[in-house]
Design a protein around this ligand. Structure first.
Ligand code: 1CP
Length: 346
């Protein structure tokens, strides 16, 4: 494969390339004027399912910043839309469901949908990825999916929430129904990952963005087994990255018993401390504080050097932010940051 020697894939396999690979969560999207221009008049999920648009938006940050990977432009709720669930992404808000799924009867109805529907309806995803990989050449494309808990946090609330109270209550109040729901969400996430890998994605990331709102015990009992199911759908085919925010207390659990190749760490846990907890068999990804993208350059530069220094304690390091690019970020700062990482020893 043309991507075989790509720094990202080498780092994910535990190797230390001469310079550390760098990409950014949410590198495609609102921080880029060329994105905002392309999106005028098209709803978010329609853009995700338009192969030409999704391909162009995916490629924009690669051309502009020279990052070491593209991340597929899509959203964590796309597989739900493909399964026939009524969901929209409201500008400035996020995913909103016409009918929140809260009762056991609603969970039974939803989980009666065959997860294979996602793969069957995923042709726009496969078409977009064919266009993307044709242009990317030796730069890898990262596919992704939302993890069952993070998806459930939206589905059970009906939209974005701060504490995800209803989803967390459901796992205790109705543990069997919760496990049916989370297993179904894992299967559709797995189908979505499989479609992306079939079409040419070179690695995948599972976003369990809101897993940090769980106690370690709840994470282990109600959530980790389902994250495992989602990623196991593509195990052995491509490297697996597992990411969450506020996960300091569950980092070791996020290895999913050795299933994953890399764990994404947010800005709260220094990478040397993360490496200590994760051990020698996992690559770390992260963890530049997105807030510092607004700071004067010398402040950001010193922070990035500190992140690189701490990252050397892990077996390998994929440089990223601790969470997504904030929409108000000056894109030139990201370009300069890529150049800085590339000038440093990996
Ligand atoms: O109109 C717009 O431009 C909408 C903004 C937007 C974008 C650009 C949304 C709505 N989703 C996306 C794309 C997206 N979403 C990507 C693609 C590419 C990239 O990273 O460059 C990815 C990986 C996601 C994944 C996603 N969606 C996550 C996990 C990552 C994370 O940030 O933690 C989550 C939680 C979502 C839900 C979502 N979608 C959109 C918004 C605003 C939100 C968050 C809402 C909330 O705060 O709860």
């Amino acid at each position: 494969m043309p991507t075989d020697d790509a720094p990202l894939l080498r780092a994910l396999s535990g190797d230390r390339p001469e310079r550390a690979p760098v990409w950014f969560m949410r590198q495609a999207g609102r921080s880029l004027p060329e994105y905002r221009e392309l999106r005028v008049g098209t709803r978010m999920l329609d853009a995700c399912l338009n192969p030409q648009l999704a391909a162009e938006i995916t490629l924009q940050p690669v051309r502009r910043h020279g990052v070491d990977a593209a991340i597929f432009f899509s959203d964590i709720v796309v597989p739900l839309r493909l399964a026939g669930v009524a969901v929209e992404i409201e500008p400035g808000r996020g995913p909103v469901f016409a009918e929140p799924v809260r009762s056991v009867a609603q969970i039974d109805a939803l989980t009666a949908i065959d997860p294979a529907m996602v793969a069957a309806a995923a042709q726009p995803v496969r078409d977009a990825i064919a266009l993307i990989t044709a242009e990317l050449g030796d730069t890898p494309l990262i596919g992704f999916a939302g993890a069952p808990f993070t998806l459930a946090a939206y589905l059970v609330e009906g939209g974005p929430s701060k504490e995800h109270l209803r989803a967390r209550a459901l796992m205790h109040a109705e543990p069997d129904a919760w496990n049916r729901l989370a297993n179904w969400l894992a299967l559709i996430a797995g189908e979505f990952l499989g479609a992306q890998v079939d079409a040419g994605a070179s690695a995948v990331q599972l976003f369990d963005s809101w897993a940090g709102s769980l106690s370690p015990e709840d994470y282990r009992r109600f959530v980790a087994p389902h994250a495992h199911t989602a990623l196991a759908a593509v195990r052995g085919r491509v490297p697996l990255i597992h990411f969450g925010v506020g996960t300091g207390a569950i980092l070791a659990d996020m290895r999913l018993d050795g299933l994953v190749d890399a764990v994404g760490v947010d800005w709260r846990t220094p990478l040397d401390a993360a490496a200590e907890v994760l051990g020698p068999d996992v690559t770390v990804q992260g963890n530049i504080d997105p807030a510092l993208l607004q700071a004067p350059w010398p402040v950001l530069e010193a922070h990035v050097r500190d992140v690189l220094r701490r990252g050397r304690h892990a077996r390998a390091h994929v440089v990223n932010l601790g969470h997504g690019v904030p929409p108000e970020t000056d894109p030139d700062v990201l370009t300069r940051l890529v150049r800085l990482v590339h000038e440093e020893r990996g």
